[in-house]
Design a protein around this ligand. Structure first.
Ligand code: ADP
Length: 421
């Protein structure tokens, strides 16, 4: 067994850890465990869940899939330097399975580090922790491939909101903590009045929390006394829509990115047209919002949000009130646009089927005061299509969600009756 100091020294030999705060490295070193593997054994296989990542202590580890397709990948196919880090999938949300396997080419010893622990420790370290996660995630792109570094990490920490604290105080949200990883599609469901919109408004910067706080990419965006403000890095799409009625769809789409100076009109128009085509709206750019259906308006609004390149998109029951058929088309459009952009999305809804169909993770909130009661991981493959809706796994997840929400809905109903009495 190595001492904690030896482990920290070993971690520091790796360029990914060189700038990490000492405290964080010490914690990681303490939490890690040592494991030995025989020659030929798999440390992790391609289809294993990505829970841990690994640092080599001694031996030699190869990546069979990468070796098989060496010409396609410009990454190391084997690792025999002590201190070498491999298998970062554990740090990347939306990557429930490993992309490649790792097999020992000699008897090997590795340090096993829980990805979850690193995420938690890093999230407690604000900006420095965020930078470490970004560095590690970026290195994943080169190593296990396929994931670019992303921003849009929302961390809600022990958030609380009391409306009218001096009068008839209403505790809307209490001690609520949620981590939304960069690029994750996260849905929140729960009975009416449980505090979903309160949370979303706090992230958007519309309203101030009364306790706890929220960070975006490691920076505080909401905590008591700080007077939060909305920003272009967090775009909200509401159910009532917010396209300018006096401007054509084209003008509605192009205005934002051009005003921000990120693109000229031609570039913005090209991107807008690509997205409009993707969601079956190639012909509408000269029309005014009043001339298109509300389902189309929602699709245009999501495109407009994406063109503004926010770090997070917040959707507050955006498809409420759409008829079933329009909703199906709009869901498919949102899935297409999400696959294209992989922006962090927080989606609030009453509709359990919609939440499971769209999200990577469904969080069920309790009745007021709102907290997270249950997390449902949706490991359904992407790209998704409506065929999923009848798959056994989808139906199983739906049953789990119905169970969780039902109890809360009964409690909310009883509380409502008490309040009316
Ligand atoms: P949800 O979005 O889950 O339906 P909300 O976040 O809108 O719930 O509301 C949570 C609770 O806070 C509800 O009981 C609601 O009545 C109360 N609430 C929301 N906004 C205000 C406000 N501005 N003043 C007082 N109470 C409010």
């Amino acid at each position: 067994m190595m001492t904690g100091t030896d482990r920290v020294a070993l971690l520091k030999t790796n360029s990914f850890f060189v700038n990490a705060p000492e405290f964080l490295l010490t914690q990681i070193a303490i939490m890690a465990r040592e494991e030995s593997f025989k020659r030929g054994a798999f440390i992790y296989a391609k289809n294993d869940p990505a829970e841990n990542f690994y640092v080599l202590l001694e031996g030699k580890v190869g990546h069979p899939e990468v070796q098989a397709a060496e010409s396609q990948y410009s990454v190391a196919t084997e690792t025999d330097h002590p201190g070498q880090l491999f298998g970062f999938a554990a740090l990347v949300q939306g990557m429930p399975r490993r992309v490649i396997s790792a097999r020992c080419e000699r008897d090997s010893r590795v340090l096993v580090i829980s990805g979850r622990v690193v995420q938690e420790l890093a999230s407690e370290q604000g900006r420095e922790g965020h930078e470490l996660l970004q560095t590690l995630t970026r290195s994943f792109a080169a190593h296990e491939r396929g994931i670019a570094s992303r921003s849009g990490w929302v961390s809600i920490r022990n958030a609380g909101k009391v409306y009218d604290p001096l009068g008839r105080s209403v505790v809307a949200v209490d001690d609520c903590s949620i981590e939304i990883r960069p690029g994750e599609f996260c849905a929140i469901v729960g009975p009416s009045g449980c505090g979903k919109s309160t949370l979303l408004n706090a992230i958007a910067g519309f309203d101030e929390l009364t306790s706890g706080g929220i960070t975006l990419d490691g920076e505080w965006i909401n905590r008591p006394g700080d007077h939060p403000r909305p920003g272009p890095d967090r775009i909200v799409v509401f159910q009532n829509g917010a396209l300018f009625p006096w401007a054509t769809i084209r003008e509605n789409l192009v205005r934002g990115p051009v005003a921000q100076g990120r693109m000229n009109e031609e570039q913005a128009l090209e991107q807008a047209r690509t997205m409009l085509r993707k969601v079956g709206l190639a012909e509408i750019e000269d029309l005014y919002p009043g001339a298109i259906s509300s389902g189309m308006c929602r699709r245009v609004e999501i495109i407009r949000a994406l063109l503004n390149d926010p770090r997070v998109i917040l959707l507050d029951e955006p498809f409420r009130g759409l008829d079933a058929l329009t909703k199906t088309v709009t869901h498919e459009a949102l899935l297409e646009l999400y696959d294209l952009s992989r922006k962090t999305i927080l989606f609030i809804t009453h509709d359990l089927e919609e939440a499971i169909y769209l999200a990577d993770r469904v969080l069920v909130m309790t009745t007021r005061p709102g907290r997270i009661k249950q997390t449902i991981a949706v490991n359904l493959p992407r790209p998704r299509s409506h065929h999923l809706l009848t798959s056994p796994e989808f139906l199983r997840l739906k049953e789990e969600a119905i169970e969780a929400v039902h109890d809360e809905a009964v409690k909310a109903f009883a509380a409502g009756e008490r309040e009316l009495a």
